[in-house]
Write a protein that binds this ligand. Structure first.
Ligand SMILES: [Zn+2]
Length: 289
């Protein structure tokens, strides 16, 4: 083999080598950019307090609820009377039709966003935390009853306006995207534990995230704590329901949330908790939706 022929062979070998390197670089880049090649395995992630902190919500300090309880003494009789009165009017006309207009039973989920013209009169619980003023007396009664049973409850989230819900949701998406998940995957994952802005019951002022004093995580384990069990057992007596029960995720579209309670009024609450159904099923059973 002469000198120029061997040079030609070396050149060909080098070109092949360069092509191989370029190909490898291309493959590597695609792997880094495109999570679709090897999707990062995702852990089940539930909302924790860092979501609130990132979203600019108040740090969790377990607010002092004693003033709220004092300001809303028990008027059990008048509440029952008010509900009975409502029911009476409904019976006289058409119970089912009127139940649809019952503010206590407004259905808000991914398919049913908060109506654009929804207005709510709020009352303060503690600090900047507020709820629909119509549920304050029942809420105070529930907190007091728990206290009497030696269970100290703490409210970590109540009414949220659209802005706060949006920040919370965006913070959740950012957290989901940290491990390389694409925006669309992160969006759908986030919507399993933080409600899509516009579809949150917190925007109604009728929902509360409640934990036991000292409990620091909004996770499934709260359901096994003394406070979690107390709430699940007695919430309906005060008009509240465990809104996202275990095993009903296919109906609610939301993971099991033992800390999220929704006010629906005593009648509906007893029916829903007693039959272990969801608000959606309760409304379906009345021929609504
Ligand atoms: Zn909640």
């Amino acid at each position: 083999m002469n000198k120029s022929a061997s040079m030609k062979n070396v050149m060909i070998a080098m070109e092949v080598l360069l092509c191989l390197v370029a190909l490898l670089l291309l493959l590597f880049k695609h792997n880094v950019d495109g999570s679709q090649v090897h999707p990062v395995a995702e852990q089940d992630e539930v909302m924790d307090f860092s979501d609130f902190l990132e979203a600019g919500e108040e740090p969790v300090t377990h607010p002092d609820l004693s003033t709220f309880m004092e300001e809303h003494p028990d008027h059990t009789d008048s509440i029952t009377e008010a509900e009975t009165e409502d029911a009476k009017i409904q019976t006289e006309e058409s119970y089912q039709t009127d139940q649809r207009d019952n503010w206590r039973l407004i259905l808000v989920n991914k398919q049913n966003p908060v109506p654009a013209d929804y207005e709510v009169k709020l009352t303060e619980i503690s600090g900047s935390m507020q709820v629909d003023e119509r549920i304050a007396t029942d809420l105070a009664a529930m907190l007091r009853a728990a206290k009497d049973d030696g269970v100290s409850l703490s409210i970590v989230s109540a009414y949220r306006d659209m802005d706060k819900q949006t920040k919370l949701f965006e913070a959740k998406i950012r957290r989901c995207m940290k491990n390389g998940t694409t925006y669309m995957d992160a969006y759908s994952r986030a919507s399993e534990s933080v409600t899509v802005p516009g579809s949150s019951e917190h925007q109604l002022g009728l929902a509360l995230d409640i934990v036991g004093s000292g409990h620091q995580a909004l996770d499934e384990s709260f359901g096994d704590t003394e406070a979690g069990k107390w709430l699940a057992r007695y919430c309906d007596e005060y008009g509240f329901i465990l809104r996202y029960p275990k095993g009903k995720e296919y109906i609610t579209g939301i993971i099991y949330e033992p800390w999220h309670f929704r006010y629906v009024g005593r009648e509906a609450a007893r029916e829903i908790m007693g039959n272990e159904i969801t608000l959606e099923e309760y409304l379906w059973s009345m021929g609504d939706q």
